[in-house]
Design a protein around this ligand. Sequence first.
Ligand SMILES: NC(=O)c1ccc[n+]([C@@H]2O[C@H](COP(=O)([O-])OP(=O)(O)OC[C@H]3O[C@@H](n4cnc5c(N)ncnc54)[C@H](OP(=O)(O)O)[C@@H]3O)[C@@H](O)[C@H]2O)c1
Length: 228
Amino acid sequence: MSEKTAIVIGASRGIGLGLTKELARRGYKVIATQRGESEGLREAARQYEPAIEIAKCDVTDKNSVAGLKGKCGDGSVDLLIVNAGVWGPQDQSLEDLDREKMADIIETNAIGPAHAALALLPLLKKGGTVGMMTSKMGSIADSSGGTNYYRVSKVAQNMLSRSLFEQHAKDRGVGVLSLHPGWVQTDMGGPNALIDVDTSVNGLLDVLENESEPRHAFIAYDGQTVPW
Ligand SMILES: NC(=O)c1ccc[n+]([C@@H]2O[C@H](COP(=O)([O-])OP(=O)(O)OC[C@H]3O[C@@H](n4cnc5c(N)ncnc54)[C@H](OP(=O)(O)O)[C@@H]3O)[C@@H](O)[C@H]2O)c1
């Protein structure tokens, strides 16, 4: 049986760390990235040795993304999950919009992830899938407004993911899913979130593994389509 390979960018904690552990449990070799030193990721690598290889990556740094290219051969990766993301500043009201703060969050949540996905696309197998971690908060059709920096950054990511699929991935037979993980109990989601990390990551990986035809779609962890 051939080995399955996944890359998870932003695996130091929260959903990314959960995805990394669950991928290892499902038999994948996982390249899992951190920016600083993550004790949680180091512990996971020990627990699932030799399935998890730790690498460095900051999605806002092109050189650090390029450093990941040598980790796997072209056409060898089944899943690339670009999970990295930030919430942004406390005050995100329309009255307080600030150009620099908007640029910062778009850089981390949209431009960096799109650049990383494009740069690493040659590593994907035909039939492989890129999972872009977005949020239902980036749905215009399903929005009550507010939290403007974060929402705008995820809307921007969704459009860049569409471009990635239509202009680069489709011809290679690679799908791109914009993924909503649910409201999850992590540092970002907070303790009052509706679901735990295990529920989210199991659902997300079921969604990713059940893809049969390359497409770009906005899908939640429970398999539901999210309106754009
Ligand atoms: N939790 C939720 O309810 C929820 C809901 C919808 C969508 N999401 C999305 O799901 C993803 C993961 O969220 P989470 O709840 O697990 O958040 P989290 O606990 O705050 O973790 C965020 C992860 O992203 C990494 N990261 C941040 N900036 C990065 C950069 N420039 N380059 C590389 N990695 C970077 C962090 O690394 P460091 O440890 O180095 O900071 C960390 O591993 C995010 O994209 C988020 O927007 C979460």
